[in-house]
Design a protein around this ligand. Structure first.
Ligand code: ZN
Ligand code: MN
Length: 476
């Protein structure tokens, strides 16, 4: 029996206005090499000046994961040549990072929780980008010097599922505290996975293999599963020692395999030394106060929804997992509706109708529309069945005014007692024999009268009002 050991390194691009050591903008998709200056081009004599906002955001992350924010931290120089790094080194934090010893709780579907330790989070500058177009390769330095927060977990995860739960929680947290847009496609949330296996019961860690820069949760899960299978097979075939070496591998989505990219360097290979161009980073009281002032986190919001609105924990987790869903839900509540109804209509009815994993906030049905729809049910203006019809209509017609649609589709319930009374009177008169049977004890006939009345109203009768009148009339 084997056990899988997974540790994760995530590079999060901090959403500051300007780069880490110069005032160039960090905006995405500008003309190549236009967001550059002597500092991020590493021209001789240009010196770095630290961006305070990047430090503040890194510290906020520390608060969010219950970590130590070091009041004094340092930058180090990591030497390596790469065409997209004109300085031939990266400024990072090796020996004393700004954030250490954090934790993050993951939630399983069955209600279990597990704590994953975070070893450290340090600030560093990003490299540029190499762009390969046929026979020509270009270098774009717009991204060079963009602030990153590298978040390193302890090897606490034991399967791909746990790794994905950790990543989703981390993704959610950095978006809640607004330190990154964490857009995976644009590279603002880049994941490196370290995977090893060992016989169950052993404490020793075996050779770990790193899989780099996988840009979707689904691919990460697949890459881990493939890599674990490769390592187990090597063990079972007796070739573990020779086949499984410390290296960086990449995941090939098309071929469904991981393959070797390069041997993994040790820290010594990078010739780290304290960065001579920067002072130590000192977090003073005022700055520390700012770092502690973070918005409500997903777990806190979840607990509040359970406490304030009596939501089930599972529902609260679904609602709070993504910031946009939480905002959508809260906007629905502005319509003054019950939280439980809001959950059902958001997570079951709307979400169930959206295709391809589209989020409610990306759909054509706004929170105000859905909230109003639920409100009309609660006001007995429409039935739940009619509301589902309206929701289909909204999706098909890319939104619309709820009350106008109720009119157009003729779905308003008749709660007008006078009209219903007349209608019921007619039905009872036409079924005198059945009325007699009912009165002599055949209770089941009540359903027959309800059915007849509903049919006569063409389904528009408010069921509660209908029941009340019917009961009163039959008791006479
Ligand atoms: Zn610059
Ligand atoms: Mn890094």
């Amino acid at each position: 029996m084997f056990e899988t050991i997974i540790g994760l390194e995530v590079h999060v691009q901090l959403n500051t206005q300007s780069k880490l050591f110069c005032s160039c903008p960090t905006s995405f998709n500008h003309t190549q090499n236009s967001n550059t200056c002597p500092t991020c081009l590493a021209l001789p004599g240009a010196l770095p000046v630290l961006n305070k906002e990047a430090v503040r955001k890194a510290g906020m992350f520390g608060t969010a994961v219950n970590a130590t924010v070091n009041r004094t931290s340092y930058f180090d120089r990591k030497s390596y040549f790469y065409p997209d790094s004109p300085s031939a080194y990266q400024i990072t934090q090796l020996y004393t990072p700004i954030v250490e010893h954090g934790e993050l709780v993951i939630d399983f579907d069955d209600g279990r929780h597990k704590m994953i330790r975070i070893n450290r989070a340090h600030i560093e500058a990003d490299a540029g980008k190499n762009i390969h177009e046929g026979a020509i390769s270009k270098v774009d330095l717009n991204r060079a010097g963009t602030p990153l927060l590298e978040i390193v977990s302890e090897p606490d995860m034991r399967c791909a599922e746990e790794a994905i739960l950790y990543l989703k929680k981390l993704h959610s947290i950095v978006r809640y505290i607004d330190i990154s847009d964490a857009n995976m496609q644009e590279g603002s949330f880049r994941v490196d996975v370290n995977v090893s296996i060992r016989p169950k019961g052993e404490e020793k860690l075996y050779t770990r293999v790193e899989i780099k820069n996988i840009n979707s949760f689904r691919f990460i899960q697949k890459a881990i599963e493939l890599e674990v299978a490769r390592q187990r097979e090597a063990w079972e075939d007796g070739v573990y020692e020779s086949e499984i070496v410390q290296e960086t591998r990449l995941f090939d989505q098309a071929k469904q395999e991981t393959r070797s990219m390069r041997g993994k360097e040790e820290a010594a290979d990078y010739r780290y030394f304290p960065e001579p161009d920067l002072l130590k980073v000192v977090v003073d009281e005022a700055m520390y106060g700012d770092m502690c002032a973070i918005p409500e986190l997903p777990d806190a919001k979840k607990e509040r929804l359970v406490r304030e609105f009596g939501l089930r924990e599972y529902d609260a987790i679904v609602i709070t997992a993504e910031l946009e869903t939480a905002h959508y839900f809260e906007a629905m509540l502005h319509e003054g509706i019950s939280a439980r109804n809001a959950v059902t209509w958001l997570t079951v009815e709307l979400q169930g109708r959206l295709k391809g994993g589209m989020g409610a906030h990306e759909s054509c049905v706004s929170a105000a529309m859905l909230g109003t729809l639920v409100k009309r049910i609660e006001e007995n203006i429409i039935s739940g069945k009619a509301a589902k019809e309206i929701l289909d209509y909204l999706i098909e017609h890319k939104g619309g005014d709820i009350d106008a649609i109720i009119e157009t589709l003729g779905l308003k319930q008749v709660s007008d007692t006078g009209a219903l009374e007349a209608l019921i009177e007619e039905i009872l008169n036409a079924n005198v024999d059945k009325v007699a049977e009912y009165k002599s004890g055949k209770d089941k006939l009540f359903g027959f009268f309800v059915g007849q009345a509903m049919k006569a109203s063409k389904g528009s009768a408010n069921p509660n009002t209908l029941n009340e009148i019917l009961q009163a009339k039959l008791a006479q």
